[in-house]
Write a protein that binds this ligand. Structure first.
Ligand SMILES: Nc1ncnc2c1ncn2[C@@H]1O[C@H](COP(=O)(O)OP(=O)(O)O)[C@@H](O)[C@H]1O
Ligand SMILES: [Mg+2]
Length: 371
């Protein structure tokens, strides 16, 4: 499997070639060698990388490697090294398959998505390969290399600090030939990696939001659906649904699917159904009950807009709901867990936001006694 195969040419994919070309032009003009972009979950980062950016880079002759660290939180090093090997191995696999007398060796052919690749590649002695070995292999070829690290904020954890320092050092001296793109769901977590002088990636990549999908995406999807539907939907109905689904492409696709299956019921019914399922009580309730009580207490304060989570007042309220004394470290631990789980994002120093607006709403209603 090629690293950027992704879902097999998705008919419903709204392509953004200019955006992809823009990033690649900046690399080719040597304006930058690393970029970081962020957008909330379900907004289309991974799809853009796999279906727009990587194929465009490949067309320009780049060797491309992709890894999604969220799927490999426990061992980002293994995931990244596997992605590098996979990308480099591809060339030899191609070379081999060009020779019919020798079977192609494709270690990861059965992996479902590139992001879930485990470090299955083994060196000759059967040990897991290291970053140094991957870099050595990389140095053996001359093409420009594009490394895409999806959900890179995982690297911000101190546990990975040694690896991240080694990675930065390795990439730094290869800037001319190795380009890197980082993405993350949390701008703040990424910023922590790139904007803090003590961090290895300090000032290494420009960070910017990934332009969101908007009206163009909605109109494209509605038009395509209308070409297959018996009962067309208007562009206006499509756009309204998109807005009501918090401008979230993933939810909009579910709405379209629902409409296709039950056209006679009309777009309003499809929208009601989609909202009920994506913002579903059951789903949110499950997420809530999986959390520990300290996390729930801290989340409740954030949902209500309490700005100082470490104040005596806040600690008093947390203690009351836990029925035992909460300290500043109770709060700090809860915040760390909530951020690691992508539930909460740090907006600025001491200021936090709940990632999913629907979840924040649900928590507010819950504490107001509605649920
Ligand atoms: N360019 C696009 N065209 C069509 N649908 C898209 C596009 N980008 C995202 N989507 C829809 O949104 C879903 C979530 O996108 P994804 O890339 O996984 O988000 P993220 O990586 O930001 O969490 C996709 O599975 C798809 O249904
Ligand atoms: Mg993603």
């Amino acid at each position: 499997m090629k690293p950027h195969d992704g879902p097999v040419s998705d008919l419903w994919h709204f392509a953004r070639p200019e955006l992809a070309e823009g990033y690649l032009n900046a690399f080719d003009l040597k304006l930058s060698s690393a970029r970081g972009f962020f957008a909330p979950r379900r907004m289309g980062k991974t799809e853009f990388l796999l279906q727009d950016l990587l194929p465009a880079a490949q067309k320009r002759g780049y060797i491309v490697a992709y890894t999604n660290l969220w799927d490999n939180r426990a061992s980002p090093e293994a995931a990244l090294v596997a992605a590098l090997f996979d990308a480099l191995g591809l060339r030899s696999a191609q070379a081999l398959s060009a020779r019919p007398d020798r079977p192609a060796q494709r270690g990861n052919a059965d992996a479902k998505t590139p992001g879930t690749l485990e470090a299955k590649v083994a060196t000759c002695d059967g040990k897991e390969p290291t970053l140094q070995e991957a870099i050595r292999k990389l140095d053996e070829q001359r093409k420009t290399f594009l490394l895409v690290i999806d959900e890179a904020q995982v690297l911000a954890r101190t546990a990975h600090s040694d690896f991240v320092h080694a990675l930065r050092a390795a990439l730094d001296i290869r800037k001319a030939r190795v380009k890197v793109i980082f993405t993350g769901s949390s701008g703040t977590a990424l910023r922590a990696m790139f904007a803090r002088p003590s961090e290895p990636f300090y000032h290494w990549a420009a960070l910017e939001p990934l332009p969101p999908l908007g009206g163009g995406f909605v109109d494209f999807t509605v038009k395509l659906m209308n070409s297959m539907a018996r009962k067309p939907m208007t562009a206006k109905q499509g756009r309204r649904a998109f807005t009501e689904l918090n401008d979230t492409p993933e939810f909009f696709r579910r709405f379209i699917e629902r409409y296709m299956l039950h056209q006679v019921l009309g777009p309003d019914s499809a929208l009601r159904y989609t909202k009920a399922s994506v913002f579903s009580d059951e789903h949110l309730h499950e997420a809530w009950s999986d959390m520990n009580p300290a996390d729930q207490a801290v989340l409740t304060l954030i949902a209500r807009g309490d700005s100082d989570l470490h104040s005596a007042n806040a600690l008093g309220r947390i203690s009351a709901s836990l029925e035992k004394t909460a300290t500043k470290s109770t709060v700090a631990h809860a915040l760390r867990r909530l951020q690691a789980g992508n539930v909460v994002t740090r907006v600025s120093f001491g200021e936090y936001r709940i990632e999913e607006e629907a979840f924040a709403d649900w928590i507010r209603q819950r504490t107001a006694g509605i649920r």
